[in-house]
Ligand binder design. Structure first.
Ligand code: ADP
Length: 656
């Protein structure tokens, strides 16, 4: 992932000591409600005096300028990013120049078992999550003094800083933020994770101004969907009434996150949280009665009020579910397509001018981007138009790229390649010769064979290794003019031009490959430098760059970046009303279905990969999936039907 961020800067002591005064430290107390209040009162009296000492993060020493991990990786420490109750956060740069955020916890602060368990739980939970609106967990390591949690960097601070700078936000902006937050919370709840500390200060902006939920320090995984939690925890302004009720009240569950979403929505639109008071005790009293008002001098729409009132219902069971929130009328208002960086300092212009249709389209696109997919369209052609042309709907495509302009819709590209053609590299990359028709045939035969083995014992079989394959993560069909452009999950970008030749531009590399199609021999590979491109390639390279720019700014990725393991490019693609099929030169077959689930058959049909609409990628031996009828841990709609469609599509290629 290319991260646009400020360069690493040396640490300065002023920044190092800067405290985030309004960043209220979350509480986590396992006490009865009565004890809890008493404790709170005592705490308040001493709070001002003790505040600095109480923060465990104060124990955190500045990490050395180079942190070396046990497996030999070096990270250079950079700018101080911020401080929570537990940790301090610093920029860290790896040897490739990639910048991350390192949440740094002093070992001195994790001496007792409880804190150790808490940190371990945070790491375990965060590590298991992968979603476009959750701060990505990268790695975890330690040195003598600190434990480091390496995270995707969010260089544009959090919603808290945004609100401080802007005082209040407009409804269209908040609508977009709400969808991104809801996308992440839906993902968490589906995995039985309750965040329990959702607040403006824990929701960060990534380099592209997308929101990402962070800080899983109070998160908890429920044993089952109907179990309850009893620990009183959260941040005062955001605590749900049932949490304050403690055990006597029957505990709390997912609805506490819904409540916090209501608090955030109110705070963003009005400028401060609804129950705000100097005295924490008064905050709690107000929360228990849901006692708040909409100030007349800060008008908001009636639709916004309805949603806030429902989210802040004292009875958790009456609050809307995560899916219900998005069907509130408030979401039918103006909806921008993205958040601009200028938003951080001033109110964006023209948001109320966004048309109803455009808003509806932006809302739908944003839901898809955030992993919230609601297939409401009845007309299948409609789904095809909006979803199949690319990973985004037609509205994000320039007119010239829209499906209506694609002359060769659903065509199979270059069917002549089905005849006996050979694929050959003559560069020093590879000398392998692959008979691609044979790959279709072998894959089909193996898939059929596996079906007959479904009842056999696994230990009698040799299972394939199951690393995730190289696959196409973004694409644009522009074959009515130039060709088919795609980006692989190793970030290489290719264009399969209409004459059958491909230009493959390697990421982080000055090289590009010209893959020339010959009538008899298949492809020849010529390696060139971009600085020294033959004149006949210059125009083509310009086209590749145009697509690269377009894809990077308009399309979201299907899967995360993987290292380049091999040189792979697209050999052929086929579009039908149900899927788009990519045949890759490494012998894998990728199928993007119109419901946003993707399957890749690799290893000559022995392995299968699933990429969920939220980009979770998993690869398994196909036999396991056939035996179980679906993938472990996710349920793919019509999984077996999809595998059958794949088999038949490959069969068609094998027997032409
Ligand atoms: P704590 O568990 O101590 O509350 P947080 O996760 O809230 O720690 O992190 C403390 C501070 O570090 C945040 O308030 C923020 O300023 C900064 N921070 C945390 N994660 C990131 C990130 N991914 N990118 C940039 N800054 C971050």
């Amino acid at each position: 992932m290319s991260v646009r961020t400020k360069p690493l800067q040396p640490l300065n002591s002023g920044q190092m000591n800067a405290r985030n005064a309004s960043n209220v430290t979350p509480i986590k107390l396992k006490k009865s409600t009565k004890d809890f209040y008493e404790h709170q009162q005592q705490q308040q009296q001493q709070q001002q005096k003790k505040k600095k000492k109480e923060k465990l993060s104060a124990l955190c020493k500045t990490p050395p300028s180079v942190v070396r991990t046990r497996n030999g990786r070096d990270y250079r420490r950079g700018l101080f990013l911020g401080e929570g109750g537990f940790a301090r956060c610093f920029q860290m740069k790896d040897s490739n120049g990639q910048i991350y955020a390192a949440k740094t916890v002093a070992k001195a602060s994790i001496k007792n078992e409880k804190t150790k368990t808490k940190l371990l739980s945070e790491i375990k939970i965060h590590k298991s999550l992968k979603h476009s609106n959750i701060v990505n967990f990268i790695d975890c390591f330690e040195d003598d003094v600190n434990v480091y949690i390496l995270l995707e960097i969010c260089p544009n601070q959090s919603l808290m800083e945004l609100l401080k700078a802007r005082k209040r936000l407009t409804e269209p902006e908040v609508r977009l933020f709400m969808v991104q937050i809801i996308g992440a919370v839906k993902y968490l709840h589906e995995r039985r994770v309750i965040h329990r500390d959702l607040k403006l200060g824990n929701i960060f902006f990534d380099p592209n101004m997308n929101l990402k939920i962070g800080d899983f320090g109070l998160a908890s995984v429920l044993e089952s969907f109907d179990s309850r939690k009893f620990t009183i925890c959260g941040t005062p302004n955001y605590i749900a009434p049932e949490v304050l009720g403690g055990k006597a009240n029957g505990g709390h569950s997912f609805e506490v996150d819904i409540w916090a979403i209501g608090i955030m929505m109110y705070a963003l639109l009005i400028g401060k949280p609804p129950f705000q008071a100097k005295d924490v005790q008064i905050i709690y009293e107000r929360i228990k009665k849901s006692e708040y008002s909409f100030p007349i001098d800060k008008p908001i729409s009636a639709e916004a009020k309805v949603l806030i009132q429902d989210l802040l219902d004292v009875n958790p069971l009456r609050r809307p579910t995560i899916d219900e929130i998005l069907s509130y009328d408030w979401f039918k208002g103006a909806f921008p397509d993205k958040t601009q960086e200028t938003t951080l300092t001033k109110e964006p212009e023209g948001l109320t001018m966004i048309s109803k249709n455009q808003s509806a389209m932006n809302f739908k696109n944003m839901k898809v981007n955030c992993g919230i997919y609601t297939p409401k369209t009845k007309n299948p052609v409609e789904i095809l138009k909006t979803d199949l042309q690319s990973e985004e709907s037609q509205m994000v495509l320039p007119r010239s790229l829209s499906p209506n302009d694609t002359k060769f819709k659903y065509k199979e590209v270059d069917p002549t390649m089905l005849t006996k053609k050979r694929f050959q590299f003559n560069s020093n990359f590879s000398n392998s010769v692959l008979d691609l028709d044979k790959t279709c045939h072998t894959t089909y035969v193996n898939m059929c064979k596996l079906e007959t083995l479904v009842d056999s014992k696994l230990d009698t079989m040799t299972l394939p290794s199951c690393e995730n394959p190289t696959l196409i993560s973004k694409w644009v069909d522009y074959s009515n003019k130039y060709g088919f452009s795609y980006q692989l999950n190793n970030n290489d970008i290719g264009v399969l031009f209409n004459d059958g030749n491909t230009i493959l531009k390697m990421t982080n590399n000055e090289k590009f490959l010209e893959l020339l199609l010959h009538e008899q021999e298949g492809w020849t590979c010529i390696e060139n430098s971009i600085y020294n491109a033959p004149s006949k390639c210059k125009k083509q390279l310009e086209i590749v760059d145009f697509f690269a720019k377009y894809m990077n700014s308009n399309l979201s990725k299907v899967s995360d970046v993987e290292e380049r393991k091999e040189i792979v490019f697209l050999r052929r693609y086929t579009r039908t009303s149900d899927f788009i099929m990519f045949e890759m030169t490494n012998g894998s077959f990728q199928f993007n279905f119109k419901d946003h689930h993707k399957l890749v058959v690799s290893k000559n049909g022995l392995a299968i990969t699933h990429i969920s609409p939220t980009r979770i990628t998993q690869t398994h031996p196909l036999i396991l999936i056939l035996k179980q009828g679906n993938f472990p841990s996710v349920s793919i709609p019509d999984c077996m039907e999809k595998i059958e469609i794949i088999k038949q599509a490959i069969r068609e290629k094998a027997f032409v």
